[in-house]
Write a protein that binds this ligand. Structure first.
Ligand SMILES: Nc1ncnc2c1ncn2[C@@H]1O[C@H](COP(=O)(O)OP(=O)(O)OP(=O)(O)O)[C@@H](O)[C@H]1O
Length: 351
């Protein structure tokens, strides 16, 4: 998708005025509450008319104040998924799913309903009313309904914020696999850095009603390191654990990681804060932390008074965080070999 966006809208005391030219398959819109993210989504999808501007999606003009053009939402073919699933309460899951599909001209239909239903694991729910579905099931139906209307892009406005953590991280793979399988680019709106890391490849930063920068998920996580209690959040996808002395042992880099709350069987996603990694220049040998990883320092980066240390081992990567004086005392520079100590209990399993 290639999006050119230049729009202005006054809403009471709030003025939204933003300009961006961005390309990618999974674009994030990131900003704090009230910054204007939903305004951007509404303007893009045609639900809100800007006071002036130009919006072009893949070369097609959606809105132009100078040309007096304002394509109606149904002609823009932008699928929307919101924080609340907003399903039709009087219709079954099946009828909700097929609502947009039936209205979409046959030549434009892209998603195969059976495949989508199976991908979203909705097979067993089709005859149910939507009133008694769980929050996660509702969001899966909302996603299926949006996709079956064969949108050219999917805009997801905080689709996970009403869900608890466990559900949030279960739904993310669905969001990703559906947009990848049916080659539908998506715009993902959130104020969560971790969701940006998991869902997006390029990010527009929104602040006080304007787009202030374009960045990457990793750069956002780096900037966030100094201000967030969790520091830089490392995300590790690990699979096939062995049990060793009551701990789960996973292959990672050139060695193994021992983790308290692992899982047998399929892959798991873990988070590890940069603040839970202690660096040593020499192997301290007898310590209680269960993990002592020999790593190479690839890069250092500054985030206010903290220093991020990018570590590598056998093609894997972790970011540790130390204060500037520690980096100087330990003479940590790119190329240095270090030992990283991590407690088995510092890893948090997300899925
Ligand atoms: N119709 C309106 N009239 C007046 N002000 C409005 C209107 N709609 C939105 N606003 C204001 O515009 C600002 C941006 O709102 P918007 O919903 O785009 O923010 P957001 O970044 O999506 O926030 P959140 O993450 O909380 O959903 C807010 O200050 C909001 O109060």
């Amino acid at each position: 998708m290639r999006l050119h966006f230049d729009a202005e809208k006054k809403l009471g005391d709030f003025t939204f005025r933003a300009e961006a030219d961005i390309a990618g398959q999974r674009i994030g819109i990131f900003g704090e509450s009230g910054s204007g993210k939903s305004t951007l989504a509404h303007i893009l999808s045609g639900l809100m008319r800007p006071d002036r501007g130009e919006i072009t999606l893949d070369g097609e003009c959606m809105f132009s104040s100078s040309r007096r053009l304002n394509l109606a939402p149904r002609h823009r073919r932008i699928g929307l998924v919101f924080q609340q699933a907003m399903l039709f309460p009087h219709l079954s899951v099946r009828s909700n799913l097929f609502y947009g599909y039936r209205r979409c001209p046959k030549a434009l239909r892209r998603a195969d309903p059976d495949e989508l239903i199976s991908l979203l694991r909705l097979d067993g729910l089709l005859q149910r009313g939507v009133g008694n579905l769980s929050g996660g099931e509702k969001q899966r139906v909302a996603l299926g309904r949006a996709m079956l209307a064969s949108p050219r892009i999917l805009v997801m406005d905080e689709p996970l914020s009403a869900l608890d953590d466990a559900l949030r991280f279960q739904i993310i793979p669905y969001l990703k696999s559906v947009s990848e399988r049916f080659q539908t680019p998506c715009i993902f709106i959130s104020h969560s850095v971790i969701e940006m890391q998991l869902m997006t490849e390029r990010i527009l930063m929104v602040k006080n009603g304007t787009i202030t920068a374009e960045t990457t998920p990793d750069e956002l996580a780096r900037q966030n390191m100094a201000t967030s209690q969790r520091g830089y959040v490392n995300l590790l996808r690990l699979s096939e654990a062995d049990i060793q002395g009551g701990l789960y042992s996973y292959g990672w880099g050139t060695g193994r990681l021992l983790i308290s709350e692992g899982r047998n069987g399929g892959p798991s996603l873990f988070e590890l804060s940069s603040r839970d990694i202690i660096l040593f220049r020499k192997n301290p040998e007898a310590i209680s932390a269960r993990n002592m990883l020999e790593c190479r320092v690839e890069e250092l980066f500054n985030a206010e008074h903290r220093v991020g240390v990018v570590l590598s081992s056998g093609g894997e990567r972790l970011v540790a965080e130390i204060v500037r004086s520690a980096a100087e005392e330990l003479s940590i520079t790119p190329g240095t070999q270090v030992f990283a100590a991590i407690k088995a209990s510092s890893f948090r399993r997300l899925v």
